[in-house]
Write a protein that binds this ligand. Structure first.
Ligand code: NDP
Length: 334
């Protein structure tokens, strides 16, 4: 499968080029960037044959079957719509778009054009989260009472650009991390949050955007969810806890890009370590995407999943801004 990369990004260079090349005959044929020097340098650094500042050039290449979009967030919508119109399958970074209306239009456009639209919610493809999901589904935790998601990190120096000071590019920790927490919770318990209360903070690292957020979500079954995201925590560890009437899962270090962390199951019988598959997360995302493109199967996280995680994140931001409990509105994709 031949790919064009829209966005000469860090995530592309760190993970996604390798993830594509790890597939059988997986190729990155194009990189597209708004800046010609950056595009040329990126293409040279990663051995990509073609670069351009015009997405249309890559879309006009009939060999290209799929487009991976990892530009800044405000570009996702336009690039995805152009790629879909050109009949390419699209793997888009999170958040899917800046607004639910845009994300919804992307889902509709892909469906109508008969192409796959997936979102890179990589945590669904982590062996750790798959193991936790299997434990929940097996009933070993009993009735689920609550989840707590710990996603307070220290944003690395090299990523302290638009995320921290450019709301128009989709900066802020909610667009960056709350969407991942929302997708992970939805994936683990198979329910969509119905309402949220939230607080955000901008403590100096974020300039004009929030750098920290805490929220509590109500789930249809009554499960309570606590979600914490931040860019400002130098010494904290990520994690997720799932508490049920018969057992608790305590997972540390698993809200991550690599197959790392530990999972412990605690029941009345004692504590046990839960083993999990340590395969690369992004390789699995691309593998599932390519399977979906070939067979019409669902990708690991679909465009509809990306729309829902965005809607939860938007509700969290609005609940904090208005100091109110907000219903999460999902609407219907027409
Ligand atoms: P970067 O800041 O590395 O890159 C974003 C864009 O900034 C690039 O596409 C490029 O614009 C521009 N840019 C970057 N460096 C330069 C440079 N030296 N000169 C000129 N332009 C430059 O973004 P990230 O990789 O951190 O994030 C990209 C997207 O991926 C975001 O949507 C983010 O939310 C998502 N992401 C997802 C992750 C996941 O695990 N699913 C993890 C990390 C990020 P242009 O488009 O013009 O090339």
């Amino acid at each position: 499968m031949a790919w064009a990369f829209a966005g000469a990004s860090t995530i592309g260079g760190q993970y996604m080029i390798d993830a594509v090349r790890a597939q059988t005959e997986g190729r990155v044929d194009w990189v597209v960037s708004g800046n010609a020097d950056h595009a040329a340098g990126y293409a040279g650094r990663y051995g990509i044959a073609n670069w351009t500042t015009a997405l249309e050039d890559a879309l006009a290449d009939d060999a290209v079957t799929s487009v991976y979009i990892s530009s800044t967030n405000e570009k996702h919508f336009g690039q995805a719509m152009a790629a879909i119109a050109a009949g390419k399958h699209v793997l888009c970074e999170k958040p899917l778009a800046m607004t639910a209306e845009e994300a919804s239009a992307m889902v509709v456009a892909a469906r109508d054009r008969g192409v796959i639209l997936a979102v890179n919610h990589h945590l669904r493809s982590a062996g750790s989260h798959r193991a936790i999901r299997a434990l929940i589904a097996s009933g070993r935790l009993g009735r689920i009472l609550s989840l707590r998601v710990f996603h307070a990190v220290h944003l690395p120096e090299h990523l302290r650009g638009w995320r921290l000071d450019d709301a128009s590019a989709g900066g802020g920790v909610i667009a960056d991390l709350t969407v991942h927490n929302a997708d992970t919770v939805r994936y683990l318990v198979g329910e969509d949050p119905v309402s949220v209360v939230a607080e955000t903070a901008s403590t100096g690292m974020g300039k004009g955007v929030e750098d920290s957020a805490m929220s509590v979500w109500t789930m249809p079954s009554g499960i309570m969810v606590f979600s914490h995201e931040s860019f400002t925590h130098p010494h904290s560890a990520s994690g997720i806890e799932v508490h049920g009437t018969e057992g608790s899962v305590i997972a540390r270090g698993v809200m991550a890009q690599d197959p790392v962390g530990e999972i412990e199951l605690v029941t009345s019988a004692g504590r046990e370590t839960v083993p999990f598959d340590k395969s690369g997360l992004y390789e699995a995302v691309v593998r599932d995407f390519e399977l979906a493109a070939a067979t019409g199967a669902e990708p690991a996280a679909s465009g509809a999943d990306g729309l829902k995680s965005l809607q939860v994140a938007i509700a969290v931001r609005e609940a904090a801004r208005t100091d109110r409990r907000l219903a999460v509105t999902y609407g219907e994709v027409q």
